[in-house]
Write a protein that binds this ligand. Structure first.
Ligand SMILES: *[C@@H]1O[C@H](CO)[C@@H](O)[C@H](O)[C@H]1NC(C)=O
Length: 386
């Protein structure tokens, strides 16, 4: 028993030891963050950040993060780390964000940049690899962006993912895996996941690559039969996205069904199912190698956004290759803050109501005194008139 537990410990330690943390920022060393974060001077009107845990928090010091301080401004700031490639590895991007000002319109997302980004000149046109996080504007926009840069173009997630709109700290996590699956988590819970290929409609890009690398031992006749057969695997219920551009994106076809319709008794005609499967596997291998979420030279993370009403706090940034490490880091940061933060907010709200009531009473009291004097005055006058 003890031995088993000991072994478990070793395994745990090994796991932690295996995690690569590319970047981690909790703003725990006072004003020294200014040595790590570079504000852009591209526009003298860019808003300023300060370190703050806000009006309510779980822990006054630990919950300090970068807070936007000026209304109606663009913001641009970034921090560097040792460049790396996520090729063949999981990539986790995580941070916390708190819109304690009750966000009306503004960005709460992060951007991950290639290492050659010009930090001092960072602006809306600076090319990034990944944009991830909430964006709120009025009643219409309450979404989590996941934008991937691929083949010189930005690709937005086609599934819409809703973000949190309240005033509390929330934990946002994006996981991109080398098997081309992804996960978007809010507060540690997965709220969207699936295939990077389908959920960004990148299938056509892959097809382009496929046709240029067509195999020779797969003759044309078989190929057309295969295509007929493959049609059964397409999701007929899917509709063409409204922003599909045939010129850019190629001919649209529905995404592949996750479960092929074998149960309908469908049989491939004129082709050898094994050969088809073999070919399919080969393509799959080939396509997986051709990674849709592979970034060669990841080297900076930044906030480049617009806010109408300021006050958002960004904290607990993490970039790692280890999902479990990220989960534990989330628990140790957001997990510790969420409860006490809400308690403090509730106490403050009660206090505000008490004060408002007191003020109201005071006003009534004053108004009462005034009325009394008025009455006395009237009486006096009336007496005088008599
Ligand atoms: C801001 O950045 C743009 C694009 O990188 C550049 O053309 C422009 O000169 C920069 N402006 C300043 C004031 O540095």
């Amino acid at each position: 028993m003890a031995a088993a537990r000991g072994l478990l410990w070793v395994v745990c330690l090994l796991r932690v030891a295996l995690a690569t943390v590319y970047f981690q920022e909790e703003f725990l060393d006072g004003e020294r963050w200014r040595n790590r974060w570079v504000p852009s001077t591209n526009d003298s009107q860019f808003g300023h950040f300060r370190l703050s845990s806000g009006k309510f928090y779980g822990h006054k010091e630990k919950d300090k993060g970068l807070q936007t301080t000026q209304n109606g401004r663009f913001y641009a700031i970034s921090a560097r780390f040792k460049p790396f490639s996520n090729k063949g590895k999981t990539l986790v991007i995580q941070y916390t964000v708190k819109h304690e000002q009750k966000m009306d319109c503004g960005g709460g997302y992060v951007k991950v940049f290639p290492s050659d980004v010009d930090q001092k000149n960072l602006n809306g046109k600076s090319q990034y690899y990944i944009m991830f996080g909430p964006d709120i504007c009025g009643f219409d926009i309450k979404k989590i962006h996941v934008i991937l840069y691929f083949k010189n173009q930005y690709h937005s997630n086609k599934k819409s993912i809703r973000c949190k709109v309240d005033a509390f700290t929330h934990l946002y996590t994006l996981i991109l895996r080398p098997d081309l699956t992804y996960d978007v988590k809010v507060d540690g819970q997965s709220i969207e996941s699936g295939s990077i290929e389908y959920d960004w409609h990148l299938t056509s890009l892959k097809k382009m690559e496929k046709s240029s690398a067509e195999s020779k031992d797969w003759d044309q006749a078989t190929d057309s039969k295969t295509q007929d057969w493959e049609k059964h695997f397409l999701d007929a219920s899917a509709s063409k996205p409204s922003d599909w551009n045939s010129e850019l994106d190629g001919d649209w076809s529905g995404p592949m069904l996750q479960k092929p319709p074998y149960q309908d008794g469908l049989k491939p005609e004129g082709i050898d199912k094994d050969v088809w499967l073999h070919q399919k596997m080969r393509n799959t291998n080939y396509l997986t190698e051709y990674d849709l979420s592979e970034f060669e030279n990841i080297g900076a993370i930044g906030l480049e956004l617009w806010q109408v009403r300021s006050g958002t706090i960004f904290d607990n940034f993490l970039i790692t290759d280890d999902e479990e490490y990220a989960e534990n880091f989330g628990k140790a940061t957001w997990g510790e803050t969420k409860g006490p933060e809400r308690e403090m907010d509730a106490i403050q709200a009660k206090e505000e109501i008490r004060k408002a009531l007191e003020e109201e009473e005071e006003e009534e009291l004053l108004a009462g005194k005034f009325n009394a004097r008025q009455n006395f005055f009237n009486q006096f006058h009336r007496q005088d008139e008599l």
